[in-house]
Write a protein that binds this ligand. Structure first.
Ligand SMILES: [Zn+2]
Length: 147
């Protein structure tokens, strides 16, 4: 019989990763930019949130998909059908990189409100929000990674 030894999994550096997706539509324009993106236009953004860790709960889960998805969707709802340039935090420019950072911070805050610490200072091995990907198009993606 094969028995999983989770202590060993931690020792040798194995990881689990879960990913959830959401999307939103928003307008933006880029300042100090020479090209067609300096004009107001829109994107159907796709967002991936990746969580990594080596410790599973008693149910065998790294982090409940439902809780992670709820946090991600709540952040996406804040920016859905808006002009991103209207947000103070995007005054500099609502680039995909900054949107990824905004969504990352929003997910951490929402999970914290649910009693889940998924930030970079969470205990070793536990579920941490590793990265948020923001796709402006199918072929253009920016990623914010917790360091
Ligand atoms: Zn754009």
């Amino acid at each position: 019989m094969f028995i999983l030894n989770f202590a060993k999994v931690v020792e040798v550096g194995f990881m689990f990763e879960v990913r959830v997706e959401a999307d939103f539509s928003a307008a933006h324009f880029l300042k100090d930019y020479n090209g067609k993106c300096e004009n107001l236009h829109g994107h159907n953004y796709k967002v991936y949130a990746h969580v990594r860790g080596s410790r599973l709960d008693e149910g065998g889960m790294l982090l409940d998909f439902t809780k992670l998805k709820a946090a991600l969707r709540a952040v996406c709802r804040e920016v859905d059908h808006t002009n991103l340039n209207d947000f103070d935090c995007f005054k500099q420019n609502p680039s995909a990189e900054r949107i990824a950072m905004y969504i990352y911070d929003g997910i951490i805050a929402r999970l914290k409100a649910e009693g889940i610490d998924a930030g970079k200072n969470a205990p070793a091995g536990s579920a941490k929000l590793y990265a948020v990907d923001v796709f402006e198009t199918d072929t253009s993606r920016a990623r914010y990674i917790a360091d």
